[in-house]
Write a protein that binds this ligand. Sequence first.
Ligand SMILES: Nc1ncnc2c1ncn2[C@@H]1O[C@H](COP(=O)(O)OP(=O)(O)OP(=O)(O)O)[C@@H](O)[C@H]1O
Ligand SMILES: [Mg+2]
Length: 508
Amino acid sequence: MDKQIEFIAARIKGLNHEVMRILEHDNVIDNGCCKELDISEEALEQLFIHIGDFLIYQDDIRKNDLIRFVEGFGPKLIHSRVPLDQLIDFVYLTRFSILNLFEAELQNEPISVRCYHHVMKIIETVYQIITRKLLEMYNDEMSFIKDALAESNENLKMTLRELADFERALNEATIFAITDHEDRILYANENLCDLYKYAIDELIGEKHEMFSSRFHPPSFFHNVWQTIESGEVWKGEILNQAKDGTKYWLDTTIIPFVDGNGKRYKHISIQYDITEKRNTEETLRKMEKLGMIGELAAGIAHEIRNPLTTIRGFVQLMNEKQIASQYGDTILDEIDRINFIVSEFMILAKPHEIQFSDCHLTSILRSVIKFLEPEALLRNVNIEYEFPSEEVYISGEKNQLKQVFLNLIKNSIEAMPSGGKITVVVEKSDTMISITIKDEGVGMETEQVQKLGEPFFTTKQNGNGLGLMVSYKIIQNHKGTIQVSSELNEGTTFHISFKNPVRNKVKA
Ligand SMILES: Nc1ncnc2c1ncn2[C@@H]1O[C@H](COP(=O)(O)OP(=O)(O)OP(=O)(O)O)[C@@H](O)[C@H]1O
Ligand SMILES: [Mg+2]
């Protein structure tokens, strides 16, 4: 019988051609490979060799070899796209071909019936091993897929829950609408209906522009469309109107939804009602303006009181000493200054062109120093100056320049309560003219320096904090620059420079 079994085993080992032929006939073969099952002819050959070997030796080694082989090619079968029944069909096709072989051989009588039964039993065992292994692997795979599916289902549920949360948050916190590419409303939330006082049915299909208050010019909306048309988010404040005519300021964000070709197919607008905030801001602005005017009035009074005090002093002196007009020019100068300051503030209210002329810089400075000297002496302050021998001219407005130097030197005097020295230096190069005013006063901290020029910034009990603001403005109008360097308890230096107008002529 052994010889017969060996004969059968040898025939089985060659069955792969037969099976391939059937598969080819059924048109499931492509390029020597079973198309959907992804089994090569070589693998099929191996299968029959393992079955044949097991038939001959019937031991555990061959059984394990067979199991290992099935474990090797099993996953390929399972991962191919065929359903389980087709997979089993394929396995049974191989079994069927072995059975066919027996039938044929039995008829030709080279094997005995006993041998046939014996072989059949072994073949049944082999196929039990194969199908059990395959089913085991299939089950494992299925339970893995089931777990993965359950997990992704859970993730999906979470995402949906999150989405619902987002939607709720958006609905509760904002006024929002979704519109199509033509700006027709597709969806509007309850807050939007409440604010604009429309029922949802009245809104769907209508254009968003129905809320327009006609406050914004067409160019405003042109800009909005241009922005979202280019796929960008537009942010801004819009004044819209409800059905009953009530107007609302809305902080608005419009987000375009763009398709794969970059075309806008929808957009969502998210709004917040900021009417209340805008009203409060407006009231605050008005109050601020009123406050400014009050402070400004105080500033004017202050600037005017200074020359008035001087005039009063001089007039008193003239009366007491019965001197005629030694101080007349100074008094007239001061009266002019009062006039000027008043008109300056008129100018602030209604700006006008300032007439520039050639100004003799050093004489302006000399007259300011002369004017401030009495006050300086009173405070033990010495004013020194270094001017170039030749005249220095700049193009400007004499009284305004005078005001700048007066403010700066006055500040320096005030910064030296126990006296000291102020140095005023004028320098001239081909391109620049600079004026340096240096004192040995209390100096300033960095934060203080940063605030200089801000209206009403003062550290003085009777100061208005307008002197530097006005001075900075004047220098700016004269296209000059002003810089400060200051060291606490060491002193302060103001450095003003103007472009040299390059003039050699002597002023009349
Ligand atoms: N040379 C300086 N040394 C130290 N501190 C200065 C000097 N110049 C200006 N400051 C500081 O800058 C502040 C603002 O000066 P500003 O001239 O603008 O106003 P003010 O002198 O306080 O008041 P006003 O000039 O209107 O009478 C001053 O209060 C002072 O603290
Ligand atoms: Mg001042």
